[in-house]
Design a protein around this ligand. Structure first.
Ligand SMILES: NC(=O)c1ccc[n+]([C@@H]2O[C@H](COP(=O)([O-])OP(=O)(O)OC[C@H]3O[C@@H](n4cnc5c(N)ncnc54)[C@H](O)[C@@H]3O)[C@@H](O)[C@H]2O)c1
Length: 270
Protein backbone atom coordinates (compact mmCIF):
# COMPACT_ATOMS: atom_id res chain seq x y z
CA UNK A 1 0.00 0.00 0.00
CA UNK A 2 1.34 3.42 -0.96
CA UNK A 3 0.61 6.50 1.14
CA UNK A 4 -1.06 8.11 -1.89
CA UNK A 5 -2.87 5.15 -3.45
CA UNK A 6 -5.87 6.37 -5.44
CA UNK A 7 -4.88 10.04 -5.15
CA UNK A 8 -4.47 12.44 -8.06
CA UNK A 9 -1.66 15.01 -7.77
CA UNK A 10 -1.21 18.02 -10.05
CA UNK A 11 2.34 19.41 -9.92
CA UNK A 12 3.50 22.67 -11.48
CA UNK A 13 7.15 23.06 -12.40
CA UNK A 14 7.17 19.28 -12.76
CA UNK A 15 9.68 19.34 -15.60
CA UNK A 16 12.77 19.75 -13.43
CA UNK A 17 14.29 19.81 -9.96
CA UNK A 18 11.95 19.74 -6.95
CA UNK A 19 8.80 19.32 -9.08
CA UNK A 20 10.25 16.32 -10.92
CA UNK A 21 11.55 14.69 -7.72
CA UNK A 22 8.14 15.15 -6.09
CA UNK A 23 6.36 13.69 -9.11
CA UNK A 24 8.60 10.63 -8.77
CA UNK A 25 8.06 10.37 -5.00
CA UNK A 26 4.29 10.74 -5.32
CA UNK A 27 4.15 8.11 -8.07
CA UNK A 28 6.17 5.68 -5.90
CA UNK A 29 3.46 6.17 -3.26
CA UNK A 30 0.72 5.24 -5.70
CA UNK A 31 -0.53 8.66 -6.87
CA UNK A 32 -1.55 9.43 -10.44
CA UNK A 33 0.52 12.45 -11.41
CA UNK A 34 -0.51 15.28 -13.72
CA UNK A 35 2.63 17.22 -14.69
CA UNK A 36 2.47 20.90 -15.63
CA UNK A 37 5.38 22.98 -16.89
CA UNK A 38 6.15 25.71 -19.39
CA UNK A 39 9.01 23.50 -20.62
CA UNK A 40 7.50 20.81 -22.82
CA UNK A 41 10.66 18.68 -23.06
CA UNK A 42 11.24 18.50 -19.29
CA UNK A 43 7.55 18.09 -18.51
CA UNK A 44 7.13 15.22 -20.97
CA UNK A 45 10.26 13.52 -19.62
CA UNK A 46 8.88 13.62 -16.07
CA UNK A 47 5.45 12.39 -17.17
CA UNK A 48 7.07 9.46 -19.00
CA UNK A 49 9.11 8.56 -15.91
CA UNK A 50 6.06 8.50 -13.62
CA UNK A 51 3.59 7.08 -16.19
CA UNK A 52 1.67 10.32 -15.77
CA UNK A 53 0.18 12.98 -18.01
CA UNK A 54 1.90 16.18 -19.14
CA UNK A 55 0.16 19.38 -20.10
CA UNK A 56 2.01 22.58 -20.94
CA UNK A 57 0.98 25.78 -19.17
CA UNK A 58 2.47 29.08 -18.12
CA UNK A 59 1.46 29.34 -14.45
CA UNK A 60 1.45 33.13 -14.75
CA UNK A 61 -1.55 32.90 -17.10
CA UNK A 62 -4.85 32.27 -15.30
CA UNK A 63 -6.63 30.82 -18.35
CA UNK A 64 -3.85 28.30 -18.89
CA UNK A 65 -3.86 27.36 -15.21
CA UNK A 66 -7.64 26.87 -15.19
CA UNK A 67 -7.34 24.78 -18.35
CA UNK A 68 -4.79 22.32 -16.90
CA UNK A 69 -6.85 21.84 -13.73
CA UNK A 70 -9.92 21.15 -15.89
CA UNK A 71 -7.92 18.70 -18.01
CA UNK A 72 -6.65 16.93 -14.89
CA UNK A 73 -10.21 16.60 -13.57
CA UNK A 74 -11.56 15.29 -16.86
CA UNK A 75 -8.70 12.82 -17.48
CA UNK A 76 -7.96 11.63 -13.93
CA UNK A 77 -11.30 12.22 -12.20
CA UNK A 78 -10.34 15.10 -9.88
CA UNK A 79 -7.51 16.79 -8.01
CA UNK A 80 -6.58 15.61 -4.50
CA UNK A 81 -3.16 17.27 -4.22
CA UNK A 82 -1.97 20.49 -5.87
CA UNK A 83 1.75 21.14 -5.56
CA UNK A 84 2.16 24.77 -6.72
CA UNK A 85 5.87 24.67 -7.23
CA UNK A 86 6.83 26.44 -10.49
CA UNK A 87 9.15 29.34 -9.77
CA UNK A 88 12.10 31.34 -10.97
CA UNK A 89 14.87 33.46 -9.44
CA UNK A 90 16.38 36.56 -11.02
CA UNK A 91 19.52 37.15 -8.97
CA UNK A 92 19.46 40.95 -9.09
CA UNK A 93 20.72 42.43 -5.83
CA UNK A 94 20.88 46.09 -6.90
CA UNK A 95 17.30 47.38 -7.14
CA UNK A 96 18.33 50.34 -9.32
CA UNK A 97 19.36 47.86 -12.00
CA UNK A 98 16.12 45.85 -11.99
CA UNK A 99 13.95 46.47 -15.06
CA UNK A 100 10.14 46.49 -15.00
CA UNK A 101 10.19 43.53 -17.39
CA UNK A 102 12.24 41.33 -15.09
CA UNK A 103 10.30 42.45 -12.02
CA UNK A 104 6.99 41.62 -13.72
CA UNK A 105 8.34 38.30 -14.97
CA UNK A 106 9.18 36.99 -11.51
CA UNK A 107 6.00 38.35 -9.91
CA UNK A 108 3.90 36.57 -12.58
CA UNK A 109 5.40 33.15 -12.00
CA UNK A 110 6.11 33.21 -8.26
CA UNK A 111 3.09 35.18 -6.99
CA UNK A 112 0.36 35.24 -9.68
CA UNK A 113 1.08 31.57 -10.40
CA UNK A 114 0.50 30.55 -6.79
CA UNK A 115 -2.73 32.55 -6.57
CA UNK A 116 -4.11 31.20 -9.87
CA UNK A 117 -3.08 27.68 -8.88
CA UNK A 118 -4.61 27.91 -5.40
CA UNK A 119 -7.87 29.31 -6.76
CA UNK A 120 -8.18 26.58 -9.37
CA UNK A 121 -7.19 23.95 -6.79
CA UNK A 122 -9.81 25.11 -4.27
CA UNK A 123 -12.53 25.00 -6.94
CA UNK A 124 -11.49 21.50 -8.05
CA UNK A 125 -11.11 20.24 -4.47
CA UNK A 126 -14.56 21.52 -3.52
CA UNK A 127 -15.93 19.31 -6.29
CA UNK A 128 -13.80 16.44 -4.93
CA UNK A 129 -14.82 17.00 -1.28
CA UNK A 130 -11.37 18.01 0.02
CA UNK A 131 -7.67 17.98 -0.79
CA UNK A 132 -4.19 19.26 0.01
CA UNK A 133 -2.45 22.34 -1.40
CA UNK A 134 1.31 22.80 -0.99
CA UNK A 135 3.03 25.88 -2.42
CA UNK A 136 6.79 26.08 -2.76
CA UNK A 137 8.07 29.10 -0.91
CA UNK A 138 11.70 29.07 0.22
CA UNK A 139 13.89 29.74 3.20
CA UNK A 140 13.85 33.16 1.51
CA UNK A 141 10.16 33.34 2.44
CA UNK A 142 11.16 33.47 6.10
CA UNK A 143 14.49 35.31 6.15
CA UNK A 144 16.15 38.12 4.18
CA UNK A 145 17.99 37.10 1.00
CA UNK A 146 20.22 39.96 -0.06
CA UNK A 147 21.34 38.30 -3.30
CA UNK A 148 17.80 38.45 -4.74
CA UNK A 149 15.45 40.73 -2.76
CA UNK A 150 12.52 40.50 -5.20
CA UNK A 151 12.73 36.70 -5.09
CA UNK A 152 12.54 37.14 -1.30
CA UNK A 153 9.50 39.40 -1.75
CA UNK A 154 7.68 36.76 -3.81
CA UNK A 155 8.46 33.94 -1.40
CA UNK A 156 7.30 35.98 1.63
CA UNK A 157 4.09 36.64 -0.34
CA UNK A 158 3.55 32.89 -0.73
CA UNK A 159 3.95 32.37 3.02
CA UNK A 160 1.48 35.14 3.91
CA UNK A 161 -1.05 34.04 1.31
CA UNK A 162 -1.05 30.34 2.22
CA UNK A 163 -1.21 31.03 5.98
CA UNK A 164 -4.11 33.42 5.35
CA UNK A 165 -6.21 31.06 3.26
CA UNK A 166 -5.56 27.96 5.37
CA UNK A 167 -8.15 28.72 8.11
CA UNK A 168 -10.83 29.53 5.52
CA UNK A 169 -10.29 26.14 3.86
CA UNK A 170 -10.67 24.01 7.01
CA UNK A 171 -14.47 23.70 6.63
CA UNK A 172 -13.91 22.52 3.04
CA UNK A 173 -11.57 19.73 4.12
CA UNK A 174 -8.68 21.37 2.25
CA UNK A 175 -5.24 21.82 3.82
CA UNK A 176 -2.82 24.55 2.67
CA UNK A 177 0.86 24.61 3.58
CA UNK A 178 4.17 25.78 2.20
CA UNK A 179 7.46 23.98 1.81
CA UNK A 180 10.44 26.25 2.47
CA UNK A 181 13.61 24.68 1.09
CA UNK A 182 17.09 25.98 1.73
CA UNK A 183 19.74 25.61 -0.97
CA UNK A 184 18.82 22.69 -3.22
CA UNK A 185 20.78 21.32 -6.14
CA UNK A 186 18.56 22.16 -9.13
CA UNK A 187 18.73 24.17 -12.37
CA UNK A 188 17.45 27.31 -10.63
CA UNK A 189 20.93 27.80 -9.15
CA UNK A 190 23.54 29.31 -11.42
CA UNK A 191 26.89 27.60 -11.82
CA UNK A 192 28.51 30.56 -10.03
CA UNK A 193 26.22 30.12 -7.00
CA UNK A 194 26.88 26.38 -6.92
CA UNK A 195 30.63 27.03 -7.12
CA UNK A 196 30.39 29.52 -4.26
CA UNK A 197 28.65 26.99 -2.01
CA UNK A 198 31.12 24.29 -3.01
CA UNK A 199 34.02 26.59 -2.16
CA UNK A 200 32.80 27.09 1.40
CA UNK A 201 31.79 23.40 1.70
CA UNK A 202 28.12 24.24 2.29
CA UNK A 203 26.14 21.16 1.25
CA UNK A 204 23.30 21.55 -1.25
CA UNK A 205 20.28 19.31 -0.68
CA UNK A 206 19.17 16.85 -3.36
CA UNK A 207 15.70 17.63 -4.74
CA UNK A 208 14.57 14.24 -3.40
CA UNK A 209 14.91 15.60 0.16
CA UNK A 210 12.34 18.29 -0.61
CA UNK A 211 10.10 15.71 -2.26
CA UNK A 212 10.15 13.67 0.96
CA UNK A 213 9.15 16.80 2.89
CA UNK A 214 6.24 17.50 0.52
CA UNK A 215 5.03 13.93 0.98
CA UNK A 216 5.18 14.39 4.78
CA UNK A 217 3.23 17.65 4.50
CA UNK A 218 0.39 16.21 2.43
CA UNK A 219 0.06 13.11 4.60
CA UNK A 220 0.00 14.82 8.04
CA UNK A 221 -3.40 16.46 7.57
CA UNK A 222 -2.00 19.59 9.28
CA UNK A 223 -2.62 23.01 7.78
CA UNK A 224 -1.35 26.59 7.74
CA UNK A 225 2.26 25.52 8.28
CA UNK A 226 5.56 26.39 6.60
CA UNK A 227 7.92 23.44 6.53
CA UNK A 228 11.62 24.29 6.53
CA UNK A 229 14.07 21.96 4.78
CA UNK A 230 17.76 22.21 5.60
CA UNK A 231 20.74 19.95 4.89
CA UNK A 232 21.12 17.17 7.43
CA UNK A 233 17.78 17.81 9.18
CA UNK A 234 14.30 16.36 8.86
CA UNK A 235 11.78 18.88 7.52
CA UNK A 236 9.89 20.65 10.28
CA UNK A 237 7.24 23.38 10.57
CA UNK A 238 8.60 26.84 11.31
CA UNK A 239 7.40 28.37 14.58
CA UNK A 240 6.22 31.94 14.07
CA UNK A 241 6.38 34.37 16.98
CA UNK A 242 3.14 36.09 17.95
CA UNK A 243 3.09 39.80 17.22
CA UNK A 244 2.53 42.07 20.23
CA UNK A 245 -1.20 42.60 20.75
CA UNK A 246 -3.02 45.89 21.41
CA UNK A 247 -3.03 47.26 24.99
CA UNK A 248 -6.75 48.12 25.12
CA UNK A 249 -9.69 47.18 27.33
CA UNK A 250 -13.18 46.19 26.15
CA UNK A 251 -16.49 47.38 27.68
CA UNK A 252 -16.07 44.74 30.39
CA UNK A 253 -12.80 46.33 31.40
CA UNK A 254 -10.97 43.25 30.13
CA UNK A 255 -9.06 42.55 26.95
CA UNK A 256 -11.71 41.87 24.22
CA UNK A 257 -11.90 38.21 23.26
CA UNK A 258 -10.24 37.60 19.93
CA UNK A 259 -13.10 35.41 18.69
CA UNK A 260 -15.30 38.48 18.23
CA UNK A 261 -13.09 40.03 15.58
CA UNK A 262 -10.72 37.18 14.74
CA UNK A 263 -7.71 35.96 16.66
CA UNK A 264 -5.50 37.27 13.88
CA UNK A 265 -6.07 40.83 15.07
CA UNK A 266 -5.11 40.17 18.65
CA UNK A 267 -1.46 39.14 18.74
CA UNK A 268 0.13 38.28 22.07
CA UNK A 269 -1.39 39.36 25.40
CA UNK A 270 2.10 39.91 26.87
N1 LIG B 1 16.66 25.09 -5.69
C1 LIG B 1 16.62 25.82 -4.58
O1 LIG B 1 17.66 26.07 -3.94
C2 LIG B 1 15.31 26.34 -4.09
C3 LIG B 1 15.24 26.79 -2.78
C4 LIG B 1 14.03 27.28 -2.31
C5 LIG B 1 12.93 27.31 -3.13
N2 LIG B 1 13.03 26.87 -4.41
C6 LIG B 1 11.82 26.91 -5.23
O2 LIG B 1 11.53 25.62 -5.69
C7 LIG B 1 10.68 25.71 -6.83
C8 LIG B 1 11.18 24.75 -7.89
O3 LIG B 1 12.43 25.19 -8.35
P1 LIG B 1 13.66 24.20 -8.62
O4 LIG B 1 14.69 24.52 -7.63
O5 LIG B 1 13.19 22.83 -8.76
O6 LIG B 1 14.18 24.82 -10.01
P2 LIG B 1 14.12 24.27 -11.50
O7 LIG B 1 14.53 25.42 -12.33
O8 LIG B 1 14.87 23.00 -11.59
O9 LIG B 1 12.56 23.94 -11.72
C9 LIG B 1 11.61 24.97 -11.90
C10 LIG B 1 10.59 24.50 -12.92
O10 LIG B 1 9.57 25.51 -13.03
C11 LIG B 1 9.26 25.65 -14.41
N3 LIG B 1 8.68 26.97 -14.68
C12 LIG B 1 9.32 28.16 -14.64
N4 LIG B 1 8.47 29.14 -15.01
C13 LIG B 1 7.28 28.54 -15.27
C14 LIG B 1 6.02 29.03 -15.70
N5 LIG B 1 5.80 30.34 -15.94
N6 LIG B 1 5.01 28.14 -15.86
C15 LIG B 1 5.21 26.82 -15.63
N7 LIG B 1 6.39 26.30 -15.24
C16 LIG B 1 7.41 27.16 -15.07
C17 LIG B 1 10.59 25.46 -15.11
O11 LIG B 1 10.43 25.18 -16.50
C18 LIG B 1 11.21 24.32 -14.32
O12 LIG B 1 10.85 23.07 -14.87
C19 LIG B 1 10.69 27.18 -7.24
O13 LIG B 1 9.49 27.79 -6.80
C20 LIG B 1 11.88 27.74 -6.47
O14 LIG B 1 11.74 29.11 -6.22
C21 LIG B 1 14.18 26.38 -4.91
Amino acid sequence: MGALDGKVALITGAGSGIGRATAERFAQEGASVFCVDIDTVGGEETAATVSGIFSRADTGDSDEVDAVFAECESKLGGVDIAFLNAGIAIGVANMTELSNELYTKIMRVNVDGVFYGARAAIRAMQRRGGGAIVATSSLAGLIPFQLDPVYDLTKHAVVGFIRSIAPTLVPLGITANTVNPGMTDTKIMTDETKALFEKVAFPLMPASQIADAVLSIVTTGRTGECWVCQPGRDAEPYHFHEVPGPRIKGASGRRPPGQEIGEWAMGSDG
